[in-house]
Design a protein around this ligand. Structure first.
Ligand code: SF4
Length: 63
C-alpha cells in the first residue's frame, strides 16, 4: 500500500489524524503531514478509514 496526500486540497479537518494518528499529523495551520507513506499490515485499515473520512478527498491509497 502506498499513501499520497494532496496537501493543497486539505482543509484541516483532522479526520485523518483521528482515524490513524500513527500515519497522519497536522502542522500548525492544521494541514495534513504524512508520517508514513507505506503503512504496514496493521496500519492499513486505519489508512483506508482516513481516506474515506477525509472531507476533501485529499488522501489517496494505491494498493
Ligand atoms: S482529513 Fe483530509 S482535510 Fe482533514 S486534515 Fe486530513 S487530509 Fe486534511
Amino acid at each position: 500500500m502506498q499513501i499520497t496526500v494532496n496537501t493543497p486540497a486539505c482543509v484541516g479537518a483532522g479526520q485523518c489524524v483521528m482515524a490513524a494518528g500513527e500515519l497522519f499529523d497536522q502542522d500548525d495551520d492544521g494541514i495534513v503531514m504524512l508520517l508514513e507513506d507505506s503503512p504496514d499490515a496493521a496500519q492499513q485499515a486505519g489508512a483506508r478509514r482516513a481516506a474515506s473520512l477525509c472531507p476533501a478527498r485529499a488522501i489517496k491509497i494505491a494498493e
